[in-house]
Design a protein around this ligand. Structure first.
Ligand SMILES: [Zn+2]
Length: 404
């Protein structure tokens, strides 16, 4: 199974200029190759020029023009020639079919927006600085470009493409993932409630605790970040030895936290997918909108807000676990898809205050963070289990509505 990912790149000014030149040079290669084919086609002999012939000329073109064409990846240039070849094959196919297709056209530089790298590691390298929490992609002739990687990449990266859209630059990956092997049906359905005290609670009354080592690593990371913050902000090459060591420590701990979080997410998701045909979870986007901590207005000045240490800390904890939930849900969806399982995201509103026994909805049903006690029928349970049950119920309603 091939999966595609698209991430925003954050090139420096110099890198953006180099990316522009890379597109421009690939565009002129495309147009030059098109001209050669057109001239040959118009010649009385109706010679047709193949991809093989044009690809064989690349070496010469590069050594003849080292300042421009010679800078870029050989393989990405081949990919550009192959793209032209595809356009010609489509053209000839339609001619043969008796249609009147348009001859492949020259591309203006603004209409040429993509450079393909057919293989990761050849003229490009995804995640070229794995020791750094910031993801980068290395592109030949451009350098290590920062990438805003908003979700994890699952599987082995095969191809890398660079695309310009307006003034933004994107990197597009395709990754090879394990072949989907539908698991046998279990008849099991489950709802899950993602939390802070426990990583998740399920509708069957089970809990998956937060990994202990995760909290320990997070504390260490906090301390390392504080230590790093004591150094003055100076250029990379002007840092002292201790400063460099502090930077390295933060990077190492980041990587460690990220790996532990991934391991834990994989294991938890795998357990769920093995045991259930249908898994319902809260839609985190809606949940964040609903549960965002309210800012405290400053009574002295209207329109301004007090900074509240506790609220800020809660917000931080929340954002850390939020990142973990996001990773987990992505992995859960991918694993479920491979196994032929169904995952449903439901609106989380009222899932924590609805009584699963009688359906009574009230804030008072949840006297503490952990306890659920229905004020109408007296039903008691762990609040997170109740949340998970309501998520499951909402998911099944959603599913029946879709199927019926
Ligand atoms: Zn009740």
């Amino acid at each position: 199974m091939i999966r595609a990912y698209k991430f925003l790149m954050r090139p420096t000014v110099g890198q953006a200029a180099a990316l522009g030149e890379m597109l421009r040079d690939h565009c002129s290669l495309y147009n030059g190759a098109l001209r050669e084919r057109r001239d040959a086609y118009r010649h009385a002999s109706k010679t047709s020029i193949t991809y093989g012939i044009q690809s064989a000329q690349l070496k010469e073109i590069r050594s003849f023009d080292p300042e421009r064409q010679g800078r870029w990846s050989f393989s990405s240039q081949q990919a550009t020639l192959r793209r032209l070849d595809k356009a010609f094959q489509a053209f000839f196919r339609r001619v043969k079919a008796g249609e009147a297709p348009g001859y492949p056209r020259f591309r203006g530089v603004m209409w040429f927006d993509t450079v393909d790298f057919p293989r990761d590691g050849d003229g490009c390298r995804w995640d070229s600085t794995p020791h750094d929490p910031v993801t980068r992609v290395r592109l030949q002739g451009v350098g290590h470009v920062k990438v805003h990687q908003h979700r994890p990449v699952v599987g082995k990266v095969r191809t890398v493409s660079v695309k310009r859209e307006g003034r933004r630059w994107y990197v597009i990956l395709t990754a090879q993932q394990a072949q989907p092997e539908p698991l046998p049906a279990t008849g099991g359905v489950v709802g899950i409630d993602l939390g802070i005290a426990n990583f998740l609670a399920d509708s069957g009354g089970g809990f998956v605790p937060n990994p202990r080592h995760g909290r320990r690593a997070a504390a260490k990371l906090g301390a390392a970040q504080q230590a790093l913050a004591r150094f003055p902000r100076v250029r990379r090459d002007k840092r002292t030895r201790n400063h460099r060591r502090a930077v390295q420590k933060v990077a190492d701990l980041h990587r460690k936290v990220r790996r532990q979080r991934l391991d834990h997410a994989h294991k938890t998701a795998l357990d769920l997918v093995r045991q259930h045909d249908v898994i319902a979870h809260e839609n985190l986007k809606i949940r964040n909108m609903v549960k965002a901590p309210a800012p405290k207005p400053d009574p002295g000045r209207s329109g301004s807000f007090l900074s509240n240490g506790a609220a800020a800390k809660a917000g931080l904890n929340h954002s850390i676990s939020d990142a973990g939930w996001g990773v987990f849900l992505t992995i859960l969806h991918v694993k479920a898809e491979s196994a032929g399982r169904e995952v449903i995201a439901v609106d989380p509103r009222n899932t924590s205050r609805t009584c699963p026994a009688c359906g009574h909805v009230a804030k008072e049903n949840r006297p503490t963070q952990e306890k659920f006690h229905c004020v109408s029928c007296g039903h008691t349970a762990h609040a997170d289990t109740v949340g998970a049950l309501n998520v499951l119920r909402a998911g099944l309603v959603h599913r029946n509505a879709r199927q019926g």
